[in-house]
Design a protein around this ligand. Structure first.
Ligand code: G3P
Length: 254
């Protein structure tokens, strides 16, 4: 798609890979900024297991996910951040007014260098994101995004990430994947530096569709991550190979 001159005033500069915790040192060196998978979970065992697969570049949490765990908020956030090293961890602010969101976000961001603070979309959220971009910048992930306009405003306010909730869009009978595609197109058209995190992913088809739609990141629940790795024909294929081997050659060993 061609890039017409930007009609909007862009607040944030192109993201500095040295301050954004999304990329590993290896990826920074190789300049690899390809699509990433995050795990949408606050469950330490799930996160640890997914990390061991070598496929996730970050973790996103939200108050619902955090509320399902036993540990305190600080314990959970601390142990997830330590496990993830320099990779992205999104933690959500609970305040609703900008003047409370800003100090809360600064407190959360101070917990670990790899934290991006999730700020709910809305006028108060935009004010907070704008404020958090000045002084000691806090990386913000604007969450609960349901339209291109919301995504555009969040990007212009200086969000590093926007999170369209595609499953909840589909729940209304609209097109969640289409929303991701449109947001990516608009960001590309005006060279906006904000990354699009496709969230509220409900099934593996969502994950492959948002990849094709150009999402920079898909954040997936652990159940979906497991489904992404699986295929019945893979299982059947393995079973057939092993049974052929043991039928014809098994008695001789390898
Ligand atoms: O990343 C947001 C996600 O956790 C919300 O998912 O399924 O509750 O819409 P869902």
């Amino acid at each position: 798609m061609s890039s017409p001159k930007c009609a909007f005033s862009v607040v944030a500069a192109k993201p500095d890979l040295n301050i954004l915790p999304l990329y590993t040192e290896k990826q920074k060196e190789s300049g690899d900024e390809g699509m990433k998978i995050f795990l949408d979970s606050a469950n330490f065992s799930e996160i640890k297991e997914a990390v061991s697969w070598g496929v996730i570049s970050g973790v996103t949490t939200n108050p619902t996910l955090m509320s399902r765990e036993e540990a305190s908020f600080e314990e959970m956030a601390g142990s997830i951040c330590r496990l993830m090293g320099n990779r992205h961890v999104s933690v959500e602010a609970l305040s609703t007014a900008a003047e409370e969101m800003v100090p809360e976000a600064r407190r959360l961001a101070a917990m670990a260098p790899n934290i991006a603070v999730k700020i709910p979309m809305g006028v108060e959220g935009l004010k907070a994101v704008h404020e958090l971009g000045s002084g000691e910048k806090v990386s913000c992930n604007v969450t609960l995004v349901f339209s291109v306009n919301q995504a555009l405003l969040a990007a212009l306010a200086g969000a590093d990430y926007v999170s369209p909730f595609i499953g909840r869009v589909d729940d209304l009978g609209w097109d969640g994947v289409g929303l991701v595609r449109e947001i990516v197109e608009v960001f590309d058209m005006y060279d906006l530096p904000t990354s699009v995190i496709a969230a509220s992913i409900r099934h593996p088809r969502h994950a492959s569709e948002v990849a094709a739609a150009g999402a920079h990141i898909a954040t997936v629940p652990f159940a979906v991550l497991k489904q992404m790795a699986a295929h019945p024909l893979t299982d059947i294929g393995i079973e057939r190979f092993l049974s052929d081997w043991s039928r014809f050659k098994g008695e001789k060993g390898r």
